[in-house]
Design a protein around this ligand. Structure first.
Ligand code: ATP
Ligand code: MG
Length: 473
């Protein structure tokens, strides 16, 4: 699968030349390597990119927000001037940002988009979630610095790389808007030398060279036509033209040497995670019997299933499904049933059903080591695992029914669930109602949430256990 090599231009400092750098670098790169597709997009909302490359942009509805809504890349790209393709800018960046949960989404989209060549991303002077996404996907991040404060701002970018386990060597500082008329006495003769020394001293790497401040370049965005002219067209006589050629050569060389390494890594990582998740799911599925644990009714091969509960022993030894009505009967006839009028029981059951989708349930058996007696507890927990209500049932060993000695139904359920061989003192089952696709509870965020609650109950159990052991005899 083709993937782009990504260059992100970022700095938390405003007005340091990010957009000028992103737009002109795209043109110089295309000029240098005509056969390489060069694409440009901006997470800024001043539309310089659009004005510069597609001045008469009429097509509405496609802009950078489409990257995060599953729009195919081919529909987002627009052929712009100078052979550069652009993805139009968006007016609703805030809205896009609010839909992004983490910094990995853009990398995921780009790694599976089929986009080829080099992609340049211009960013806003903030380290918001969009900039973070652009940084995370990058093979090369160029940080324009024009003075000491903008250099100090690099700290946060560098920290972002460290915190996300990314290589800081992706970052390259580039002195920009350098006033070449200024001269200093001492070892650093001009602002470029001084900035470079500051940067190296703080452990940053720099691109070779710099971009000088030029009145000609500054004037390229101010004209009666309302255009933003590229340096390669209108600024050929300036030093900045040569500096951009040198910069483009460095970027192109890195592209040739490394290729789209970052997104290749992201794709590989995602494939591995997906494979592990699939393996885990298959393992969990194999462990789950294909019938209701209480009535033995075979679950259909295809979904939708009847409403059911997923149940797992907190020691991880057993798991399975129980049909909605089977669990309802077990709970209401044994924990709530005996002393309640039929109408009261019915309304309690309705209440239970209504709240079941927002709850977890725990069934616990605590055996008395000295007698055949067991205390069974049924508790309802909220979505965070906090107990909301609880009811107890004491079972005094076996009951005599007719000639046969039979166990209490709740005892029987525990014996079926765990198998009679597992006779530990405490046996606990966590339950959660699932929808029409019950197996979905075994995968993705549903299972992650399940495990969180399971972990909480296990921790509480081990604290109980420790407390019991340390009680004075
Ligand atoms: N080499 C240069 N010489 C002179 N002026 C320049 C040069 N590069 C950029 N400028 C001017 O500096 C100003 C800021 O540049 P630019 O918009 O590229 O910065 P930015 O970092 O993208 O700003 P923002 O953070 O607001 O997005 C613009 O007016 C631009 O024309
Ligand atoms: Mg800008």
């Amino acid at each position: 699968m083709a993937r782009p090599y990504v260059i992100t231009i970022a700095s938390e400092k405003g007005g340091v030349g990010k957009t000028t750098l992103a737009t002109n670098l795209a043109i110089y790169l295309k000029h240098l390597a005509g056969d390489v597709p060069v694409t440009l997009l901006s997470f800024d909302n001043h539309f310089t990119v659009d004005r510069m490359f597609v001045p008469a942009l009429k097509k509405a509805g496609t802009d950078v927000s489409g990257l995060f809504t599953g729009m195919p890349m081919s529909e987002l790209l627009i052929d712009g001037a100078h052979g550069v393709r652009i993805i139009p800018s968006s007016r609703s960046l805030q809205q896009i940002a609010s839909t992004l949960a983490d910094c990995e989404q853009l990398a995921g989209v780009l790694s599976g988009s089929g986009l080829q060549g080099i992609l340049i991303i211009d960013t806003r002077p903030v380290l918001d979630i969009l900039t973070q996404n652009a940084l995370y996907a990058a093979d090369r991040v160029i940080v324009p610095v024009k003075d000491a404060p903008s250099l100090e701002n690099c700290k946060n970018l560098s920290q972002f790389f460290t915190e996300n386990g990314l290589s800081r060597s992706t970052l390259r500082l580039l002195p920009c808007l350098v006033d070449t008329r200024i001269r200093y006495k001492g070892p650093f003769r001009d602002p470029y030398q001084l900035l470079k020394a500051y940067a190296i001293n703080r452990g940053y790497r720099c691109m070779e060279g710099y971009i000088a401040k030029s009145p000609k370049v500054e004037s390229l965005g101010t004209n009666p036509e309302g255009r933003v002219y590229p340096i390669i067209e209108q600024g050929r006589g300036t030093d900045v033209h040569l500096q951009f050629m040198h910069l483009a050569r460095q970027a192109y060389l890195h592209y040739l040497e490394n290729g789209p390494h970052r997104l290749g890594g992201v794709a590989h990582q995602r494939a591995e995670v997906a494979l592990t998740q699939q393996r885990d799911l298959n393992r969990r599925r194999q462990r789950v019997p294909d019938h209701c644990l209480l009535c033995g009714q075979q679950m259909p091969e295809t979904t939708p299933w009847p409403q059911a509960y997923y149940a797992e022993a907190t020691d991880g030894s057993q798991s399975g499904f129980i049909e909605d009505d089977c669990l309802g009967d077990l709970i209401f006839q044994n924990f709530y049933g005996q002393h309640k009028a039929e109408a009261a029981q019915r309304s309690m059951r309705e209440l239970f059903q209504e709240s079941a989708n927002r709850s977890y349930f725990v069934l616990r058996q605590q055996k008395n080591p000295a007698t055949p007696e067991s205390l069974f507890t049924f508790s309802r927990l909220d979505e965070t695992g906090t107990e909301l209500s609880s009811t107890d049932l004491t079972v005094k060993g076996g009951q005599t029914l007719g000639l046969r000695r039979r166990h209490h139904p709740v005892q029987e359920f525990f014996d079926i669930f765990f198998g009679e061989s597992i006779q530990s003192r405490d046996r606990t089952i966590l339950l959660r109602r699932c929808g029409e696709q019950p197996l979905n509870i075994l995968t993705g965020t549903a299972y992650i949430h399940w495990q969180k609650i399971l972990g909480r109950i296990q921790m509480e159990q081990s604290l109980d256990h420790t407390a019991c052991q340390s009680e004075p005899v």
